[in-house]
Design a protein around this ligand. Structure first.
Ligand code: MIC
Ligand code: SF4
Length: 640
């Protein structure tokens, strides 16, 4: 069989299992990345594994999310991560160095390798022709400790891009167009592989914008071939030695194929409150805007920010607009500073922030009440910006800059010729924000501040599960709903008891009280339950509150893995209409759950309040079942 690039890389790194679609395999983890908001938990788990050394070729701990440091908590987390990094020989990237995905793309990603990261946008590095997968923290900790990662051999969706982009249409418009076509569930179960003549039009960082937002499609990851454009990027980043050419066989087998003509795409916008609520800007009414935010791991490259600087040069940000810009890396910020573009941004009236995630995860720059905020980011879930009634629209950097001047959302293609950006012959590479391990002198003391609390560990599964329906949700519930995150809550990522006060805050005022009243129980969910972030806090907090199982129409990949890892059983309705048979506080019983998991693909649940038995499905591997029986991955890992 002619092979896709995905299969070539997975097979090259195969450790165990039969390489057949849907079968579980384990693969070698060449690299890992963590960021600080999921990283504290990862490194607590790594510490609990009691190992002497990590098994990866390279692991990097980035500090980029929680950088406001309003109190001691964030700084303590950073110090803890730094101390663990030194103990195990992990590269440490200090706050201000940049956003993990942009930095990993610039400095470490390698064609043909496998990267696992504790952040859902880890697929950004797929632009370099590597398999880079976002995972729960525990999977990343195990990846470091044992050097492997388990996954089901995925289906591969080929998106062939043909034709050329129109003037003013950018990679962001391409991925928004794909989101409109496929929806936030469209990539679930797939790795998306791009090909076609159209990809020759896309620079490496354009490709990264597209692979980054593959996370919003629900895909396991997205990948481009490693070709001349990859070589050029790596050479300009002073690491041509990392280049290898890798592409799919001609006529490779794909499970599904879509062809997209780039010339049909015009500037797009994702309207509140979902990245797939997409329309052409030319179809939109005139919308007055209050805030424009440019940056995030989707659109903060040198080219993106240079385009913004050129559009803003000698212009003025509209008096009713607050424009904030966060560069992707300190190197990019330094280059903008050296070539004068930073001056152009400041002169136009932009507020330039440090090179971190910043407003994307609600760390500052929450917009005013009922504000309309245009952002070049990847997520516009309700409340994520920090203002519950804020209306966030996702657009390209070109649209954002042009609209910041106009004061309302405009289609940039009305503006004449677009800016042309010449890439520097060599990108600047500064190492002063990195602490590289010194293998002879690693410090072994781990520093834990008072905010770092032990994380909950489940008990082995018992034979009978009984409890009330604690909450019934609709479709597409995000991990931002399950465990909200913003400037107020991010300091408590290593304090599960404190975070539990805010669980399901966007949809339920008193989830914790309900759990306390009923002593835990079940959650009923719709389709794509748990989409979005990889934060395992969205599983650890429900565990802490006594949730035993989540029963949903379908699950998002990373969240489902996180539930299994903490020992909460993810179950799906055999018939999605059964969802209608469940209501808040119904009493549910699953008898002989261990026997049922071991022997049937169907699990019967009794809804005692309705006196009705309903069939459910456990859609997991034998290993997943063993993890659940052990009461989560930590207990299971101790036994193997
Ligand atoms: C996000 O974009 O939602 C985050 C914050 O980067 C998360 C990680 C987290 O919750 O800490 C993600 O995407 O995984
Ligand atoms: Fe950071 Fe936003 Fe990217 Fe998440 S999506 S890694 S918060 S920039």
């Amino acid at each position: 069989m002619k092979k896709s690039l995905t299969y070539k890389i997975l097979e090259k790194n195969l450790i165990e299992g039969i390489f057949k679609c849907g079968e579980e395999i384990s693969v070698k983890v060449n690299q890992t990345l963590t960021q600080d908001s999921t990283g504290t938990m990862v490194y607590l788990q790594l510490e609990a594994m009691d190992i002497n050394k990590i098994q990866t070729d390279l692991s990097v701990a980035y500090i980029d999310h929680n950088t406001l440091q309003q109190g001691f908590e964030n700084a303590d987390d950073h110090e803890f991560i730094k101390s663990v990094a030194s103990k195990y020989g992990i590269i440490f990237s200090k706050a201000g160095n940049g956003i993990c995905h942009q930095l990993h793309l610039e400095r470490f990603g390698k064609p043909g390798s496998i990267l696992i990261g504790s952040d859902s946008h880890t697929p950004t590095c797929g632009a370099l022709g590597m398999i880079s997968i976002g995972a729960g923290g525990l999977d990343v900790a195990i990846g470091m400790a044992k050097g492997y990662y388990y996954l089901k051999v995925p289906k591969v969706l080929n998106i062939e891009l043909k034709g050329s982009l129109n003037k003013w249409t950018s990679a962001k418009d391409v991925i928004l167009y794909i989101l409109k076509e496929l929806s936030v569930k469209g990539g679930v179960g797939y790795i998306i592989e791009y090909s076609g003549d159209g990809i020759k039009e896309l620079s490496l960082t354009d490709r990264a914008t597209i692979t980054n937002m593959g996370a919003e499609l629900g895909a396991t990851t997205s990948i481009f071939p490693s070709d001349e454009i990859t070589k050029d990027f790596l050479t300009r980043q002073n690491r041509s030695e990392d280049f290898i050419s890798m592409e799919a066989d001609e006529d490779a087998f794909y499970d599904k194929k879509i062809i997209i003509d780039l010339s049909l795409i015009t500037p797009m916008v994702a309207k509140p409150h979902s990245p797939d609520n997409v329309d052409k800007i030319c179809n939109m009414e005139k919308i007055k805007i209050d805030q424009v935010a440019i940056g995030s791991c989707t659109n903060s490259s040198y080219t993106d920010l240079m385009k913004v600087a050129k559009i803003l040069k000698d212009k003025k940000v509209h008096e009713n607009v607050s424009l904030v810009i966060s560069p992707g890396s300190s190197n990019i910020l330094k280059m903008l500073s050296d070539n004068g573009a930073l001056g152009d941004l400041i002169k136009a009236g932009a507020r330039v922030l440090e090179a971190t995630c910043g407003p994307c995860i609600g760390m500052g720059q929450a917009p005013k009440t009922n504000a309309i905020s245009l952002r070049t980011f990847n997520r516009n879930f309700k409340g994520r910006c920090g203002t519950s009634n804020g209306q966030v629209y996702l657009v390209s950097p070109e649209t954002a800059a042009a609209s910041a001047i106009a004061g309302y959302l405009i289609d940039p293609s009305t503006l004449g010729n677009p800016p042309v950006i010449d890439l520097p012959h060599k990108f600047q590479v500064h190492n002063n924000y990195f602490i590289f391990p010194n293998h002879n002198e690693n410090k072994t003391e781990v520093i834990m501040g008072p905010n770092i609390k032990p994380f909950p560990i489940n008990k082995p599964l018992c034979h009978k599960l009984e409890g009330k329906v604690l909450l019934k949700t609709g479709d597409n519930i995000t991990t931002d709903d399950i465990m909200p995150s913003n400037g107020k809550l991010l300091p408590f990522r290593s304090n599960i008891p404190k975070l539990s006060d805010y669980a399901f805050g966007t949809i339920c005022d008193n989830f914790k009280d309900i759990c306390t009243q009923y002593g835990g129980g079940f959650i009923i969910g719709g389709h794509n339950y748990g989409q979005g972030s990889s934060r395992e806090h969205a599983a650890l907090v429900p565990l802490y509150l006594g949730v035993k199982a989540v029963i949903a129409k379908s699950f998002a990949r990373i969240h489902k893995a996180n539930l299994i890892n903490v020992g909460i059983i993810p179950l799906e309705f055999k018939d999605p209409h059964s969802y209608d048979h469940f209501s808040f506080t119904h009493n549910l019983i699953i008898d002989n759950i261990i026997y049922q998991l071991e022997n049937n693909c169907e699990i019967l649940i009794l809804n005692e309040s309705r006196n009705k038995e309903i069939p459910l499905i456990f859609n997991g591997s034998k290993r997943d079942m063993e993890i659940l029986k052990a009461g989560g991955y930590m207990n299971y890992a101790k036994k193997i």
